[in-house]
Write a protein that binds this ligand. Sequence first.
Ligand code: IMP
Ligand code: MG
Length: 184
Amino acid sequence: MKADPRKDVAKVLIRRAALAARVKRMGKEIVAAFGSESLTVVPVLSGAIIFTADLIRELPLKMKINLINVSSYVGDSVDGDDPKILHALTADLTGRPVLVIDDIVDTGRTLRRVVEFVRGFSPSKLLTAVLLRKKRKPAAAVKPDFVGFDVPDKFVVGYGLDYNGLYRNLPEIAVLRPELYAAP
Ligand code: IMP
Ligand code: MG
């Protein structure tokens, strides 16, 4: 049990049942917005994988999945540097409805970059869904269309979100013990 990631958790912010219930409701909101259109979902790797896996099973719509990878920075550490798209999309998004899915909006630069990139393919509709939105000052650079939860401006892990690549498999959204957030 030495490597059990749950031992590093200081506080659980959002429990499994609350995640499941909210994801289900988000599914309904998204279906209402897309109607019966078939769509392409564009999940942002790697943080969105678990949210995406649960959310798309709440979307009874014909869909294709096109993963996108974006270089990520934490918080404001590299202000002025725009996130980079690391690999191109393979599906044709032109004239099709698209839903971009990400784990969390902090500064909003990642989501803004992805939206900009996808918009370049001229989709017929482009909406965005994020599981979490950090309450921050100044406000984030983008307004996601669907938000699961607003969370405090703390570094959170679990349900796909990582710290140094770890903790994505925690089933809940949690804050780690402070001594773990040391400089690498
Ligand atoms: P942005 O600042 O909105 O561009 O967020 C950049 C990326 O940083 C997000 O897509 C996440 O992958 C990551 N990130 C931001 N805040 C957190 C956090 O609290 N936990 C884990 N990852 C985060
Ligand atoms: Mg991310």
